[in-house]
Design a protein around this ligand. Structure first.
Ligand code: FMN
Length: 139
């Protein structure tokens, strides 16, 4: 992909804390998706935006799976802590998220429904524990 004429934004959701990695629960100091987002930033020189819900997610793995399941069931649109003020200037958006129950965390949908992305290219990237992108792309 030729990015020379592109103004890139790397918007990502990532949660540090307990997670299931390689078959066991570990405490991640930096979330997996954030690690990848930083790699993309280095390559593209783009701006970063961390998609964060106002209500912080539990660090406990058992608790977060329940909270996430509930948000998915109710099609929640959690309020975000911030906005991308200058979304208009970006024409290439790398959108990163973990696979949560087969789809992105609901906060990612809040972001997607908050701006007009007409004419912009969105390149999704997803981290997961085996289910790949799930059904996140059509979602
Ligand atoms: C609530 C929740 C649901 C998850 N659901 C799935 C899943 O359905 N499939 C999968 O492969 N991994 C699943 N995972 C694992 C995460 O996708 C994986 O650990 C991801 O890299 C976490 O990214 P992060 O550290 O940036 O938040 C889930 C993790 C959590 C916390």
């Amino acid at each position: 992909m030729n990015l020379t004429k592109k103004k890139c934004l790397i918007a990502y959701f990532s949660r540090k804390g307990q997670n299931y990695v390689g078959g066991k629960i570990v405490n991640l100091k930096v979330g997996n998706t954030e690690v990848v987002a930083k790699m993309i930033q280095k390559i593209t020189g783009g701006d970063m935006f961390h998609i964060e819900s106002v209500t912080a997610y539990p660090k406990d793995y058992g608790e977060i799976t329940e909270v996430a399941k509930n948000e998915l069931r109710t099609r929640a649109r959690p309020k975000l802590t911030g906005r991308v003020e200058n979304m208009g200037v970006y024409n290439m958006i790398f959108l990163g998220y973990p696979n949560w129950w087969g789809t992105p965390p609901m906060a990612v949908f809040t972001l997607l429904e908050s701006y007009d992305f007409s004419g912009k290219t969105i390149a999704p990237f997803c981290t997961h524990e085996g289910s790949g992108m799930g059904h996140s792309e059509p979602d």
